[in-house]
Design a protein around this ligand. Sequence first.
Ligand code: AMP
Ligand code: TRP
Length: 330
Amino acid sequence: MAEKKRELVLSGVQPSAAQVHLGNYLGAMKRFVTLSQQYDTIVCIVDLHALTTVWDAQALRENTVSLAAAYLAIGMEPSRAIIFRQSDVAEVCELTWYLACQFPLGLLERATSLKDAKAKAKVVNSGLMYYPVLMAADILLYRSTKVPVGADQKQHLEMTREVAQKFNNAYGDVFPLPEPLIEEDTGVIVGLDGRKMSKSYDNYIGLFEDSKKVRKKVMKIVTDSKSVEDEKDPDTCNVFTLYKFFASQQEQAALAEKYRAGGMGYGEAKQALFESIEREISPMRDKYNDLMSRPDDLRDVLADGARRAREIAGVTMASVREAVGVGSIL
Ligand code: AMP
Ligand code: TRP
């Protein structure tokens, strides 16, 4: 019988804001927990990626601690997964260079993330151009095979596969080709204004914002201007789109029915959404707040994660150095 392929799940989230949002949670992080119950899993706080946009050292440290607490609060357990900070394993920068030397420049210039950055800012730092190479290094350094992400990362995963293939063609079979895990229904979570929920659009609901703020934001979700009496379409409504992720099938059917019957205002749908979010998130929020009051414990988790990640990285890098010819000379 063929030996079962060993899978390794890896993903990363940038500590680029004080808190992650519901888009990060539903699009990626929630799945880390279930996957970690099935596979060897590594989750990374990609602070080197965040340096492309965060230039305040204290903020970067605080965001990092907050993200570590968020991983634990949603249910990641250090006994089931390695939780670590990217910069604690410096080899990722070394691997970035070896990969850069195989990465066609044209591929980097075509990256949607770079085009978006150019559209937003006059001066674009070259870290933004190397962003996909660093991400490929994250994935390949641990020889990951499955990468759960939101739809916006699809192109980065394609680039990772392409560079892994180029590297293997040049040097032999060093890296497995990683597979993206992108879910159709959670690939793009919409924000308050109906666009993709994103830190940069300021249309997000923070995962652990206090319940008053969450309610206020939910009440701001953009809807059409139908009156209470009008029949409404749940399938085109931003409120209902979010509700689907937090409500049971039965609850969804009941609310959809109210939409279609008319006689329900959007305020009522928003209240139902708020309550469903609260039901799922509030126990996690309590855990998050508790963890944030114990930063030393969070540091211990990250230190242990870094030690375990370094061990794996060391093994990969020994074969990479040997393959490219910078290891032992004779
Ligand atoms: P980032 O905050 O850019 O590091 O994103 C972390 C993870 O969240 C990545 O897997 C993203 O694809 C995912 N993500 C971010 N925003 C959204 C969104 N609005 N919908 C679905 N996934 C998202
Ligand atoms: N680029 C990803 C994002 O913005 C974050 C990331 C960095 C990542 N390294 C990774 C995701 C490795 C998955 C695997 O969302």
